[in-house]
Design a protein around this ligand. Sequence first.
Ligand SMILES: Nc1ncnc2c1ncn2[C@@H]1O[C@H](COP(=O)(O)OP(=O)(O)OP(=O)(O)O)[C@@H](O)[C@H]1O
Length: 456
Amino acid sequence: MGVQGLEASTRSLAWFGTPDPQMHRALAQAGWRVVAIDPCGDDAAAMIRGIDAWVALVEFDAETPLRLVEQLASQHPEVQWLALVQPDELAKPAVRDLIRFAFFDYFTPPLDVGQLGLALGHAWGKARLGRVDGAPKAVDLDGMVGASRAMHALALRIRKFVPVDVAVLVTGETGTGKELAARTLHRLSARASGPFVAINCGALPEKLVQSELFGHERGAFTDAATRKIGRIEAAHGGTVFLDEIGDLPLEAQANLLRFLQDGTIERVGGHQPIRVDARVVAATHVDLERAVAEGSFREDLYYRLNVLRLHMPSLRERNGDVELLAHHFLDAFRREHGTRVRGFTQAAKDAMAAYPWPGNVRELMNRVRRAAVMADGPLITPAHLELAEPDGMLPAFSLESARDSAERDMILDCLRESRFNVSECARRLKVSRVTVYRLCKKHGLARSRTSSADGP
Ligand SMILES: Nc1ncnc2c1ncn2[C@@H]1O[C@H](COP(=O)(O)OP(=O)(O)OP(=O)(O)O)[C@@H](O)[C@H]1O
């Protein structure tokens, strides 16, 4: 899909539940691309962003995970939410309140396709009003660039967090921009003229963690010939960024908790509490909830850090951002090194769009910079980016690639129809579950979408 294009996108409807086939067909005829999403699936939120849906319908029955729906609706106010709700459910105050406060409209079964079509049209129109010119504008939040809805939502969240001077926890895969988000928070805040001190907790030698973070007094230990100011104290008046917070040893976690609670630290070997005014932004790419459950991360520290949370979406979830960022990095490289390279061939754009970017924005930046060095002419090709030519661009379209692509589409369609339940999908395709898992792996289909109670 084009970077700028609401028009280019079909009208996608995220359907949390299972639309009946007749309804599905009727909506498809009316121009809707209906994507069924398992409301209990791990990546329900990612899917809304991934399919670029601006309208969602949630089926409410006794099984519906209310908290999850609440969370989705509050995280995605730009989506217009509709409900298909069983009369029994509507009698429940929690369901009624959720629909009253967060939903555009609701229906009780039987669902009338004409009525639904009208409501969807209105909801779509309302969603468009939230976008300038009906198209997503690129955001550039102090060097943090993107045009996807995920980036718009993130920028909004960062702006909200700027004036609230409490700790922030940034989560997300490697290379998604966690440190950049922390720097942006700092630069936009009243602390901008103070220091920004970044520490990679995972890279500190275990023995030195306490002294690095909190400093030490002269003679505190054998090598402590002079007093040393710790990194947190060095951030006085500014922001301290604690990367890989999950790697902090338990002892240092206790001291950090104390700092977060009363704003004081104690240098190693010192007995005086020292007041330090620094905002803590912590980042992790590991699951801290799991670390808490396993006892390697303090629960009280986790709750203290988790007040304001920023989740950095993976590049795969940022519809439209790859091309925009690629140009952004190429322009920056040209300004710095004055290369003759001006842009990307269509094949390069297609190859970038098809690639899953496991290293996220950092990988994209590195590939573009390398390509800018390697390219001889004005345009970067897939070969310069060291990416495979996208299937459609292969000089000779082979029978094997056609088979592959048909197989992938079939698995994906079947998984969606089975609400990402692997057993159900295996039954429908008349293969074993192991085969379904193998094919998911082969075609790079996210296994997290498949129901977790359903291992191979
Ligand atoms: N939205 C963006 N716009 C422009 N540059 C970006 C964006 N996101 C990330 N970058 C750049 O990508 C690189 C990687 O970002 P960053 O170091 O912040 O990621 P990270 O999530 O902290 O990575 P890690 O988990 O590996 O430490 C940096 O050079 C950063 O400036």
